[in-house]
Ligand binder design. Structure first.
Ligand code: PHE
Ligand code: FE
Length: 294
């Protein structure tokens, strides 16, 4: 997961002693316990049931291509043989969240960083830090898609630029509302592709079916200006018309003029609808209200 001032839990300032200079560590696959593998299997089975008719075609294809329905926590060595072949991406293990420049540099070089630990049995539904289930089940299937793989690598390069421009806060919102919580319009209806949704039992239903959140067509400037919440289900989802369109407005667009233009505009509040929005669902926000105790 991307660490930003808003999301970071703990970030070391230099690689811990057991890590390499680029912060990677050995996945150490042999040291997972039988219980760890079983935790993966429970989470996998639960999501697998949910995903037909909900997950984007590219995500479902990724599960197949990568043979992820095979039991147990995936061994990165095996996984990477297939993934490399498909799109030139690989998964590397890291000890926790890494500094932004390290994260972006890995992405730009088609390395997706993943935690190597798996959540405890009492954390099946919620945990603060991304574990291997979120990182691998949530993120890696989409990386088997050429277009999405290209998007993520370009995002890494864009991240390094945003660090120079001081616009990371804006760029991080794009990651949040696409890579983590994105929806896509397919011929049969809306589908989920964001890793934060597809790896969550509750949110994979909420994001599509609940009347509470807004569902708004993706617009680059709008998204870069929109605040987000990290502590509960989203109050807004942004819908891309296709992966090709996402690439067109991100990979093929120079963000510098966009950053310059929005520098003088206010941020947009989480659940706010603004002029120009193409709204698919105007949410009731009942869920958010119920959670805030009003
Ligand atoms: N084109 C963007 C830029 O000029 C980089 C980018 C690509 C950002 C893809 C996000 C996703 O900074
Ligand atoms: Fe993530």
């Amino acid at each position: 997961m991307l660490s930003t001032p808003e999301t970071e839990t703990h970030v070391y300032d230099k690689p811990p002693p057991h890590a390499n200079a680029d912060w990677t560590i050995d996945q150490d696959w042999q040291s997972y316990s039988a219980e760890d593998h079983e935790t993966w299997d429970i989470l996998f089975a639960r999501q697998q049931k949910m995903l037909p008719g909900r997950a984007a075609q590219a995500f479902l294809d990724g599960i197949d291509i990568l043979n992820l329905s095979r039991p147990g926590i995936p061994d990165f060595e095996e996984l990477n043989r297939i993934l490399m072949d498909a799109t030139g991406w690989e998964v590397v293990a890291v000890p926790g969240l890494v500094p932004d420049d390290v994260f972006f540099d890995h992405l730009a070089n088609r390395r997706f960083v993943s935690g190597n630990f798996i959540r405890r049995r009492d954390q099946l539904d919620y945990l603060q830090e991304p574990d291997i289930f979120h990182d691998v089940f949530g993120h890696v299937p989409m990386l088997a898609d050429q277009r999405f793989g290209d998007y993520m690598a370009a995002y890494g390069r864009g991240g390094l630029r945003a660090l120079e421009y001081g616009t990371l806060k804006q760029l991080a919102r794009l990651y949040w509302y696409t890579v983590e919580f994105g929806l896509i319009q397919e011929a049969e209806g809306l589908r989920i592709y964001g890793a934060g949704i597809v790896s969550s039992y509750g949110e994979s239903v909420f994001a599509l079916d609940d009347p509470s959140p807004n569902r708004i067509m993706f617009d680059l400037e709008r998204v870069l200006r929109t605040e987000y919440r990290i502590d509960d289900y989203q109050q807004n989802y942004f819908v891309i018309p296709s992966l090709d369109e996402l690439l067109r407005v991100t990979v093929e667009t120079d963000f510098k003029p966009v950053y310059d233009r929005i520098a003088s505009l206010p941020d947009i509040k989480i659940a706010e609808i603004v002029e120009g929005d193409v709204v698919l669902t105007e949410g009731t926000q009942d869920y958010a209200r119920s959670q805030s105790g009003e």
